[in-house]
Ligand binder design. Sequence first.
Ligand code: ZN
Length: 171
Amino acid sequence: MDQVSVTAGLANRRHRPIGAVAVLAPLSALSRNPVAITLAGEGDLTVSAERGKNGKVWLTCGCAQGQADGWCKHRIDLLCFRYDDAPDLGAEDRRAFEQLVGGTSLQAAGQDADRALRAFEECLDIFDARRPKRVVGRDLAKFTDLVSDLASCASELEDALGTLRRLLERA
Ligand SMILES: [Zn+2]
């Protein structure tokens, strides 16, 4: 296998193709429930994941952003199976967590929020880089286009974070 197809294979394993249905492991098949994940470099923060009978997942984090906003980057990263904040997490814990959240609506919402966050950040960078210095002038139309792109990215982000926040609420 050449390098290109090796890389493509890895990417495919990491990112499910769009439209594929993620398999939800039945509650009785979970190797562990709940699963606790300790975050490094954040004091003593722990993210806790627990699946209930109806497929509802409780994913809690006591960080400042989580308390203020009802969602946090830690949980989005974990729902996308990125473990930069938890470098000491063992393979077994990782598997148990992925089995617990994989294929749930919370995971889908986390991945949507992740995509929307990236799109918004990209859009904001483009806005900062390209906005005309003199707004009211010949470039006003360009400014309007940039603002309208930014507004639609912001509105998609608001929707995605709203859905994620609702699913993260303890109920
Ligand atoms: Zn957090």
